[in-house]
Design a protein around this ligand. Structure first.
Ligand code: 2RA
Length: 334
């Protein structure tokens, strides 16, 4: 049994981590829910017990075995404090993801990387996790030369305030009222915004670069060509991605479907004749990555198109983080 801290326990990801720990009966001896000073004093419920959330401080990590950092900005220094005090830190922020000393792990894809941890393991970005789970079996079977991905990302990826903004703005628009954007740069209700995180090199956003660099790190392939366009859509929960793959060897749609059916953490829903394909409402509340619309890209010799959907708060964040901890414990790598 372990003393477990959850930093950012009142946020969208932190709340989900608590839920996943409870559902998966994670061996929690003592729970320490932490947050910023602003959220300290709020109450959370875990396994039927009410806890008062404390403000995160250097002394918060005394005796902590495992610390889940939900990924809020400014938690970087505390992650290092927790690690130095002896906790295994699983960090959902982007602070350490590309650090060569820090494993970036999706348990279905690169579990062995976790073995090399120095008490700090990074959880990849949600849209990366969702994509690499179905890419991995194809990568192993036939090799991948290039990936072109467009995302359709739910507002909950931007946190609890973003969920509220979509809800209130949708109501306001329907009532013909103004609701100026606060979280997003533009109106999100009845709109799409081709802009997630800040703009960076070559006109790509940081979210797009995360998908490129993190995927290469997870698959250990710096030569993988990958380009992304990431888009915010007025969906509350679960990200979708249109993934185009150029493979090294040819694979038929049927063979890819079979591979994906066997792949850990993947559910194939692909029966277009009966209108069966995954959608955000299919994936919400689930831990698997759903794949459908599997077909050959007939514009090239060796190509595939996939439609991929997953609950980004669960598999894209909380579930993946808890699965990393389970992997480390199970493998005796703690
Ligand atoms: C988003 N990628 O959806 C973020 C969350 N990690 O905005």
């Amino acid at each position: 049994m372990f003393n477990v801290a959850v930093v950012g326990a009142t946020g969208a990801v932190g709340q989900e981590i608590l839920k996943v720990l409870e559902e998966r009966q994670f061996p929690v001896k003592k729970l320490i829910p932490l947050a910023t000073a602003r959220s300290a004093g709020k109450e959370i419920v875990f396994r039927g017990e009410t806890y008062r959330v404390e403000a995160t401080g250097p002394e918060s990590f005394e005796g902590v075995d495992i610390a889940f950092f939900a990924g809020g900005s400014g938690s970087r220094d505390f992650a290092l404090v927790a690690r130095d005090k002896g906790a295994l830190v699983i960090d959902n922020s982007s602070a350490f993801r590309l650090d060569p000393e820090v494993p970036l792990v999706v348990p279905e894809v690169n579990p062995e990387d976790a073995r090399k941890h120095k008490r700090l393991i990074a959880n990849p970005n949600c849209s990366t996790i969702i994509m690499v789970v179905p890419l991995k079996p194809i990568y192993d079977a036939v090799g991948i030369k290039r990936v072109v991905v467009a995302t359709y990302q739910a507002v909950s990826g931007a946190g609890a305030a973003a969920i509220e903004e979509l809800r209130l703005q949708t109501q306001a628009v329907l009532e013909g009222k103004e609701y100026p954007p606060q979280v997003f740069p533009h109106q999100i209700a009845f709109n799409l915004i081709p802009h997630i995180d800040i703009f960076s090199e070559y006109g790509y956003t940081r979210e797009e670069w995360k998908m490129v660099k993190e995927t290469r790190k997870i698959l250990h392939d710096d030569n993988l060509a990958i380009t992304a366009t990431t888009v915010r859509v007025p969906v509350f929960r679960s990200h979708s991605e249109a993934v185009n793959i150029e493979t090294k060897e040819k694979i038929s749609a049927e063979a890819a479907r079979e591979l994906l059916r066997q792949a850990p953490g993947v559910v194939v829903i692909d029966d277009p004749q009966n209108l069966q394909y995954p959608m955000p409402i299919t994936a919400t509340g689930r831990d698997e990555v759903f794949v459908g619309r599997i077909r050959e890209d007939i514009s090239v010799d060796k190509g595939l198109n996939l439609w991929v959907v997953a609950d980004q708060l669960r598999k894209g964040a909380a579930t993946n983080a808890v699965q990393i901890a389970e992997l480390v414990i199970r493998s005796g790598w703690l």
